[in-house]
Design a protein around this ligand. Structure first.
Ligand SMILES: [Zn+2]
Length: 79
């Protein structure tokens, strides 16, 4: 399973573009999280991000990437 497939399965979201994902919110809303490769920063179109510049959608995405990368590194070490 590659990283993109992992994200889709984990969040039941849709990959819109290379650096853009949708995340389903708790109330059936759907938010768009976007990675800006130039500013190296995530953004989201939900209210939480608008006010606080961070939100749990971004946390979900970024943590899942970190966990996935850590898992791969662990695999290599084990073999
Ligand atoms: Zn958000």
């Amino acid at each position: 399973m590659n990283l993109v497939e992992y994200i889709i399965e984990k969040f039941d979201g849709v990959v819109l573009e290379d650096n853009q994902w949708t995340v389903d919110g708790s109330k059936g809303n759907r938010y768009i999280v976007e990675w800006d490769p130039y500013q190296r920063n995530y953004s989201c179109n939900c209210l939480g991000y608008t006010y606080r510049k961070k939100c749990r959608h971004i946390t979900q995405i970024s943590e899942s990437f970190r966990n996935q990368l850590r898992g791969r590194a662990g695999d290599r070490k084990a073999r």
